[in-house]
Design a protein around this ligand. Structure first.
Ligand SMILES: [Fe+2]
Ligand SMILES: [Fe+2]
Length: 239
């Protein structure tokens, strides 16, 4: 596990605070619902990037994500989605971005289904849980002109994936065995998502990305270490 986690701990500018771990372990239902939302948001963000900067068939993407979004809006029962899981569309277009992000979307949607299964086992109902400040405040720091805007969004993607991976690993000793096994099973894909986003940032940046990685890493760590009135998967120190 340390070969997987060491580069991530090195990349992040701070570890998850102990107080967050205890608060998260004390409110597993909120954490599961927010985790489910995060998986969908990760898939949606990757689809947005592919639509904006590459070529993916709009209609196929809408049909693919539609049922997951219907669950998140409360328009479809989770059991209905789990009984009729949407098929992965076949797309002929290939590029480095599509190669990496298409696989990422497929994995995030699978994680979404897995969280729904765990929620069903535990009788946790999919209810409305507002988004945390984390992703929006990070995206607000991104530069606004191209190609810098794309590079920053990719680096931010890398931080979100790296933080998710770090939090899953840190939560394992604090949760029950079933949830611990599930979090452990997510580590490998989340670590690859972090690497893929970082590789894409390097690929699309006309200059070395070291400085931006540093600046966005500090912004990310500030959100993790700042008091936060809400408990969410990516929230700060419980206020
Ligand atoms: Fe995921
Ligand atoms: Fe991910």
């Amino acid at each position: 596990m340390s070969a997987l986690l060491d580069p991530i701990l090195n990349f992040l500018k701070c570890p998850t605070p102990e107080r967050w771990l205890h608060a998260a372990a004390a409110d597993p239902a909120t954490l599961l619902i927010d985790h489910c939302n995060c998986e969908l948001k990760a898939a949606q963000a990757a689809v947005r990037l592919m639509r904006r900067y590459d070529a993916v068939p709009e209609q196929a993407m809408r049909e693919w994500l539609g049922p997951y979004e219907a669950v998140s809006f409360g328009r479809m029962a989770p059991s209905e989605l789990l009984a009729n899981r949407p098929a992965t569309p076949v797309i002929s277009h290939k590029s480095e971005m599509v190669d990496k992000l298409f696989l990422l979307v497929r994995e995030e949607l699978h994680h979404f289904e897995q969280v729904l299964e765990i929620m069903a086992e535990r009788g946790v109902r999919y209810g409305a849980v507002s988004a945390s400040r984390y992703a929006n405040e990070l995206l607000a720091v991104a530069r606004k002109t191209e190609p810098e805007a794309l590079v920053d969004r990719l680096i931010i993607g890398a931080y979100i994936e790296a933080r998710s991976c770090e939090r899953f690993a840190a939560l394992i000793p604090h949760v029950d065995e079933r949830l611990g096994r599930f979090y452990h099973s997510l580590l490998r894909s989340e670590a690859r998502h972090y690497q893929d986003y970082l590789a894409l940032a390097e690929r699309f940046s006309p200059e070395p990305i070291t400085e931006r990685v540093e600046a966005l890493g500090k912004a990310e760590a500030a959100l993790i270490e700042r008091p936060d009135p809400q408990l969410r998967f990516h929230s700060g120190v419980p206020a």
